[in-house]
Write a protein that binds this ligand. Structure first.
Ligand code: C2E
Ligand code: MG
Ligand code: MG
Length: 403
């Protein structure tokens, strides 16, 4: 609700203004003199101030001067109310930084028009300033990154991108059961750029939509290519940004990629993060349901870093739960992490989900996961993310996790 502070010493004028403003649904605060006016302006920071020019002791000019010197109140739109119509008075007020003035008695229409004009200008200014600061806070390095990313997408230079694949292994059998696609960007100008840098940038600029679509298309073609040479039928998990996921065209695109490549949907798993689902829970759930009906699998990525509980997730169509790397790191030695990880595995199993531990780097971590019946693992201990051809070799060689 828009908050208006009225500073006016004449009670009848004050009451009249109050009635008019409240009838228009403004929240109003009133001050009977300049001194109270200044302190109320600082303590309540209203959206607009109406202030009488002529008041005993502290007059309107002094109130304006005081408020313009205080950073909190310096930019609040300020409208003078005056009974005099001498040009010199208006001039002085405007020179001191008032935004407008109204000559008493004014009509309801004049009052509302003056207020609405000021509020609108203020809103425009605020929007503009916000955009400006958002632009300026991008460091020179990020600006360069953004420029280059734009160029890649606009000029369709997708050859600068490459999809890597990190194997996911069943802990009990030691067999590779799936792989996660992870995007790599080798920029001729900037060298290798990490996805932790360019993905958030792509998300904030909307560039993630064409990028994620390129990844999806690429992955679907790759799954089919591997099936065609008869090596293996591997499920591939693809990271999907919330922006892409909520795009009205998303499901249609997925259907198209599956159809063009004659791919069974069960070979595709989409990784969503919990915070992403919570951002637009109703929309996300509808899309998830539709995907699952089609047979596409859904994984929750980085689980444990957001705020949702497993109890909440029980109503969502989720096939796989990926425990965030943070909990896995040093899990065997850290009693808190081991308690949480154990509980997550057990609860996820009760909800019929498959559990994958992310970022497994040591034998001790793997042993802990094995002892606690975690289904699968992914991490440097077994393999780093690999280019498609290297993963293929890896599979030909029948690499397995030692029992
Ligand atoms: P993520 O989906 O959680 O992917 C796992 C990250 O952990 C990857 O980082 C992977 O290289 C890294 N990792 C795997 N095993 C280990 C390990 O044992 N130790 C350590 N320290 N790290 C390990 P990466 O490739 O840098 O990707 C970072 C994030 O960028 C991904 O996190 C994902 O959220 C995002 N991302 C990557 N590719 C795509 C993409 O195509 N589309 C979208 N929207 N996001 C992507
Ligand atoms: Mg992931
Ligand atoms: Mg993850």
């Amino acid at each position: 609700m828009t908050k208006i502070l009225v500073i006016e010493d004449e009670e009848s004028v004050r009451e009249n203004l109050l009635d008019l403003l409240e009838a228009e649904d403004f929240e109003t605060i009133t001050a009977a003199n300049g001194k109270i006016g200044i302190s109320l302006a600082i303590s309540t920071v209203p959206d607009l101030i109406l202030c009488d020019m002529m008041m005993p002791e502290i007059d309107g000019y002094s109130v304006l001067t005081a408020l313009r010197q205080e950073p909190l109140t310096a930019t609040i739109p300020f409208i003078f109310l005056t009974a005099k119509s001498a040009k010199a008075d208006f001039r002085q007020g405007m020179d001191m930084g008032a935004d407008d003035y109204l000559t008493k008695p004014f009509t309801r229409a004049e009052l509302l028009s003056a207020i609405m004009n000021r509020l609108e200008r203020q809103a425009t200014l605020k929007k503009y300033l916000c955009n400006q600061t958002a632009m300026k806070t991008l460091s020179p390095k990020m600006q360069l990154l953004e420029m280059n990313l734009h160029r890649v997408v606009q000029q369709q230079k997708f050859q600068e991108f490459e999809v890597y694949y990190q194997p996911i292994v069943n802990i009990a059998s030691g067999k590779i059961i799936a792989a996660e696609s992870l995007l790599r960007w080798q920029s001729p100008e900037l060298g290798a750029v990490s996805p932790t840098e360019f993905i958030p940038l792509a998300e904030s600029t909307g560039l993630i939509i064409p990028i994620d679509q390129w990844v999806l298309k690429n992955v679907c073609e790759q799954i089919k290519a591997w099936q065609n040479i008869g090596v293996f039928s591997l499920r591939i998990a693809v990271n999907i940004s919330v922006i892409e996921f909520n795009h009205p065209d998303f499901i249609r695109k997925i259907l198209e990629f599956l159809k063009v490549n004659k791919l069974e949907p069960k070979y595709l798993e989409l990784e969503l993060t919990e915070s992403m689902i919570m951002q637009n829970a109703n929309g996300a759930i509808a899309t998830m349901n539709e995907l699952q009906k089609m047979g596409v699998r859904i994984a929750i990525d980085d689980f444990g870093t957001g705020y949702s509980s497993l109890i909440y997730l029980k109503n969502l169509p989720i096939n796989t739960l990926k425990i965030d790397r943070y909990f896995i790191h040093n899990v065997a030695q850290d009693s808190q992490k081991s308690a949480i990880t154990k509980a997550l595995i057990e609860m996820a199993h009760n909800l019929q989900m498959q559990v994958i531990a992310e970022g497994v780097e040591t034998e001790a971590e793997l042993n802990f996961l094995r002892q606690n019946n975690c289904d699968a693992m992914q991490g440097f201990l077994f393999s780093r993310p690999l280019p498609a051809a290297e993963l293929e070799n890896f599979l030909w060689n029948n690499n397995r996790l030692p029992a």
